[in-house]
Design a protein around this ligand. Structure first.
Ligand code: NAD
Length: 284
């Protein structure tokens, strides 16, 4: 029976560390501050933004919410981001997705100063990660949290065979780079990949980030595999599940993340920690 990767407990540890780092910065007269741009009335985005604000406040981070009606123009948001880039008191900037169709998300991301890009989506930061540049730069928070969790549970990465299902710019692609940079051998699968089941059977570590409940089950796994389930799916019954059939996978895996309580809480904790990273790097 697999041991659980307890994302909630580990997130609390990360938060304690973040809070102490905020205290140290405050002793030097520095107040970490993030700005979140929210456009329109998407209920899930509003809840997610409120959670970020609440968590930031608990940790001593200022969170400036810039809310706009869905009718806001690309130019208005671009100008707002430029002002935030130039504001020395703002350390981190993020644009909450989804955006209305008339706004071009990547143009907004490119407008954010790379050193304030707390989501790690700016092409400069993506390129640095891809090329394993030395030095500090932000990285997409969910994959960073996954690698931190693997380290926290002492899972060896160098030489490990990793299969990732899902190749989005949010999860799969940055995770692939992070793992390659740690000397893992990584296979990344999408909808058109052949023989995913055969590939899974060879994996020491399986990461599933597809948004498809039940995509992977215990029969697909190698005995003792480490299973990271990133998926978050709401079933018609209202139950929240991942992409992995937890009960059968738990019988075969050595370590597994639950949903909820696995990678989700880590993503938020890493985003707050990365705000403090940016603040420290800007004040080095
Ligand atoms: P996305 O839709 O952008 O990407 C999904 C990827 O999965 C695509 O590359 C697609 O090709 C692949 N895919 C889909 N079905 C597949 C299949 N049957 N076989 C192989 N590949 C398949 O999604 P995303 O933003 O990367 O999110 C993926 C899931 O992870 C969602 O459920 C999302 O809610 C969740 N998520 C969770 C967190 C967290 O903090 N826990 C963070 C980000 C995303």
């Amino acid at each position: 029976m697999a041991e659980l990767i307890n994302g909630r407990a580990y997130a609390k540890e990360i938060n304690r560390d973040t809070q102490q780092r905020v205290e140290r910065l405050k002793q030097h007269g520095i107040q970490p501050k993030m700005a979140v741009l929210l456009v329109g009335d998407d209920p899930a985005s509003k809840i997610y933004t409120r959670t970020k604000q609440k968590k930031a406040a608990q940790l001593g981070i200022d969170c400036l919410l810039k809310a706009y009606p869905a009718s806001v123009t690309q130019e208005e948001i671009m100008a707002e981001i430029q002002q935030l880039n130039e504001d020395p008191h703002v350390n981190a900037i993020m644009v909450q997705e989804p955006l209305p169709d008339h706004l071009e998300n990547m143009a907004l991301v490119r407008q954010i100063a790379p050193e304030k890009d707390v989501d790690g989506f700016h092409p400069v930061n993506v390129g640095k990660l891809y090329n394993n540049f030395p030095g500090h730069y932000p990285v997409s928070c969910t994959p960073r949290g996954i690698v931190m969790a693997l380290d926290h549970y002492n899972v060896p990465l160098a030489g490990a065979n990793v299969v990732i299902i899902g190749r989005s710019i949010l999860v799969g692609r940055p995770l692939q780079s992070l793992l390659i940079n740690r000397d893992a051998t990584v296979t990344i699968c999408g909808r058109k990949t052949n023989n995913i089941k055969d590939r899974l059977k060879t994996a020491d570590i399986v990461v599933v980030a597809a948004g498809k409940p039940g995509l992977v089950n215990g029969d697909n796994l190698k005995e003792g595999a480490v299973v990271i389930d990133v998926g978050i799916n709401r079933l018609p019954s209202g139950k929240l599940v991942g992409d992995v059939d937890f009960d059968s996978a738990q019988q075969v895996a050595s370590l597994i993340t639950p949903v909820p309580g696995g990678i989700g809480p880590l993503t938020v904790a890493v985003m707050e920690a990365q705000t403090v990273d940016l603040t420290e790097w800007q004040n080095e």
